[in-house]
Write a protein that binds this ligand. Sequence first.
Ligand code: LLP
Length: 415
Amino acid sequence: MDFFSYQDNTLFAEDVSLAQIAAEHGTPTYVYSRKTLERHWYAFDNALSAHPHLICFAVKANSNIGVLSVLAKLGSGFDIVSGGELARVLAAGGDPGKVVFSGVAKTEDEIRFALEQEILCFNVESFAELDRIQKVAAELNVQAPISLRINPDVDANTHPYISTGLKANKFGIEHEKAVETYQYAKTLPNLTIKGMDCHIGSQLTETAPFVDALDRLLSLVDELASLDIHIKHLDVGGGLGVTYKDEVAPHPNDYASAIASRMAQRPELTLIMEPGRAIAANAGVLLTKVEFVKQNAEKNFAIIDAAMNDLLRPALYSAWQDIVPVLPRLNTPKVTYDVVGPVCETGDFLGKDRDLAIQSDDILAVKSAGAYGFVMSSNYNTRTRAAEILVDGEQVHVVRKREVLADLWANESTV
Ligand code: LLP
């Protein structure tokens, strides 16, 4: 559930009219709802309340420091994949002691920074990475907490680009090599084995693949215990899907009850989850203005001021996100449009075959845009990136100003 709703035929974010935000701050603009972020975070935290646990928001889904600060105030942990994301968590007031560091190619500098900040754990993705962390930890004369990301080889039935737990993926350590990798890690003097983790994919709409992955991990935990390697936390990654169109995504409670009986037998294991999309996606919309409506022999086009550089998901994954008018025209017949942006690419669309009653200058909201939206945006076609706004009740916080053109070439020079 989210806090975007129509009041008097106007789309609101909490208590603020999106028409007013568009008029005052321009478009394209991302708008996030604090209440929705909090509600979704608590849905996870409450679902796992029966067991020792930590919710680590996947920063890659939305790394705006305003958004991160909302979650940090709830006591959230964070899943990061770069030194940059760690710096953002710190800037947002997040606790580095609740940070897990994933990613296949952590650099020495990133490892050093994370060790200095005393993060909770490195989610290690390869044999070679163990050596690299050992080297840096030895230089600093500290112990590095580590977990191994195990690739459980389960099919999460999701889009091939966002499925990560199969043997064919670059992520994690093969299940078959897990024991020897842990045994090797144990020989490295500056590493402390803390956990085991996995992440099998994103936008999952069933709980069965999570349960399969958990079973595979738990049997490894037991095998390791018999070898005197004791795992203290199990990090099951992110991946819970959301409703973009008509998908029926499991509630965090469904997920928690699917794994409850297994975890109840393991009170000594802290459970970590890394949800990104399920917390942020439906907590954000992208506001955009209709520039022109245009008809050619075969199609009608709604040309808007947002483009693939602002929201890449439709172009990259053929993702479907709802597009709705902020001020619906009640007595105008709907026409079927391809909703396209100004970028010079045929793939530049935010929606295809959408029935809308619209005219130039109307404001549209692209829904479910709070995750993997702004973070994947670019300056392609020398377009300034959108502003980001966080609504909190009646309050409007500009959490990222719209870029100005001079920002775009500030680091360039003529020759
Ligand atoms: N943990 C790890 C190690 C991950 O790789 C990811 C996402 C997450 C957690 C969070 O997963 P979530 O709960 O958000 O599903 N850009 C794509 C999604 C890529 C997801 C990559 N990894 C999209 O727009 O659909």
